[in-house]
Design a protein around this ligand. Structure first.
Ligand code: FAS
Ligand code: PHB
Length: 389
């Protein structure tokens, strides 16, 4: 089989890149190790920056997002019983869209299938060959038969546990990682959100986040021990702990209900450099991971896709190499700023086992400065709505 771009991974990164390139007449094949149904069972991101929203519209899959997504002009930051709002509109003249990753991934699958996109599901043993040559190819196994795809370029969109990043030789790769000593226990419940905007809460018992997917589907998180398993938490224990970590003003009106999904995500900051090796380009979680505190995970994938899309179009249409040559440098410049924001918000709002009395005072001073200082709120808002591509 031959194609212009072989994409490994049919998560949001791979699907969005494939649809954008298709609209420019550029042929792609996506290799996905799971089924579509399995990918759509993953409950992940909930907040979209303008950059991601614009790319979805450019790809022609923005209608349901525009119809069903919630515009949020700000967010609430709680600190014990105190809370304040940071206005994205007033401080950054922008907003975010709350629309679940599951739904946007569904929209991308539907459009790829409507436009005869070639997605090969349930593949095994993907290997990227000759990435540093002028004739790369990808092999994979399906139905106990090995197949080969010859291509001009490979986009590694296969997430943190994929094969693309590891295709870059260890002697070339530089990896940066920070592991956090806690996880997030997340619950999805068919209940109305506790507030019409997100509530990020720092409490003496630990971090909590009140988010949503729609007017009757809420997403909540509490910071938990890495030794916890979802089954260690009954629904009642989760709701009691969440109520204990948010101001009474919100806890008193929290509508609880049975969890329809309960999972624990470890938190890590991770970046691999470079994001390009020959004709292999890494995008999204294949290259970088952030703790979800700043709602940056999915949104950093968007800027990678933006840069790679325009670079590939310039190459295939005009023979220009500049976009491909500068891809890694440009993508990393924005990623490191998103890593910084995700790290600072995680340090600001979580309890750390090694924190001493001085550290706790510094955390309180940081939160109070954010509450009182317009410039601090502008920095927060501009990062949260998304720095420019
Ligand atoms: P993905 O991991 O989504 O997709 C990669 C795809 O490649 C998968 O479908 C996988 O099956 C496939 N694949 C892997 N290896 C393969 C192989 N060898 N061959 C073929 N296919 C292969 N971000 C936020 O902004 N907010 C959040 O709240 C948030 N919560 C998260 C919770 C969890 C548990 C996780 C893991 C991530 C969370 N994220 C969050 C980040 C998440 O949204 C990612 O940023 C987003 O999924 C990135 O999309 P992709 O780069 O497409 O990677
Ligand atoms: C979510 O709704 O899942 C969500 C929202 C904001 C975050 C993290 C997760 O920072």
């Amino acid at each position: 089989m031959k194609t212009q771009v072989c994409i490994v991974g049919a998560g949001p990164s791979g699907l969005l890149l494939s649809q954008l390139l298709h609209n420019q007449g550029i042929d792609t094949v996506i290799l996905e190790r799971k089924t579509r149904a399995y990918v759509l069972t993953r409950i992940r991101a909930g907040v979209l920056e303008r950059g991601f929203v614009d790319l979805m519209r450019l790809a022609g899959v923005g209608k349901r997002m525009d119809d069903e997504g919630f515009i949020h002009d700000g967010t609430v930051i709680a600190n014990g019983q105190d809370h304040f709002r940071v206005s994205f509109k007033d401080r950054a003249n922008d907003h975010v869209v709350v629309y679940g990753q599951t739904e946007l991934t569904r929209d991308l699958y539907d459009e790829r299938e409507r436009t005869d996109g070639k997605i090969i599901y349930e593949v095994d043993g993907v290997v990227i060959h000759g990435a540093d040559s002028d004739a790369p190819y990808v092999t994979y196994v399906k139905d106990n038969t090995e197949h080969r795809i010859d291509c001009a370029y490979v986009a590694g969109c296969d997430g943190f546990h994929g094969v693309s990043r590891k295709t870059i030789p260890a002697t070339v790769r530089r990896e940066y990682e920070k592991l956090y000593p806690f996880g997030w226990l997340g619950v999805l419940s068919e209940t109305p959100p506790v507030h019409d905007e997100l509530v990020y809460s720092r409490s003496d018992r630990g971090f909590a986040l009140c988010s949503m997917r729609n007017e009757n589907l809420s997403r909540y998180y509490v910071q938990c021990s890495l030794s916890d398993a979802p089954d260690d938490w009954t629904d009642a224990a989760f709701w009691d702990e969440l109520k204990a970590r948010i101001p009474d003003e919100f806890a008193d009106k929290l509508v609880t209900g049975p969890s329809i999904e309960k999972s624990i995500a470890p938190l890590r900051s991770f970046v691999t450099e470079p994001m390009r090796w020959g004709r292999l380009f890494l995008c999204g979680d294949a290259a970088h991971i952030v703790p979800p505190t700043g709602a940056k995970g999915l949104n950093t994938a968007a800027s990678d896709i933006h840069y790679l899309y325009y670079a590939l179009v310039a190459k295939f249409k005009d023979g220009e190499d500049e976009g491909l040559e500068t891809y890694s440098e440009k993508a990393l410049a924005r990623i490191w700023k998103a890593e910084r924001f995700s790290w600072t918000t995680t340090m600001l709002l979580h309890n750390f086992p090694e924190q001493g009395a001085f550290d706790l005072r510094m955390q309180q001073a940081d939160i109070n400065f954010l509450k009182e200082n317009e410039a601090a709120q502008t920095v927060f808002a501009e990062n949260y709505v998304g720095l420019p591509f």
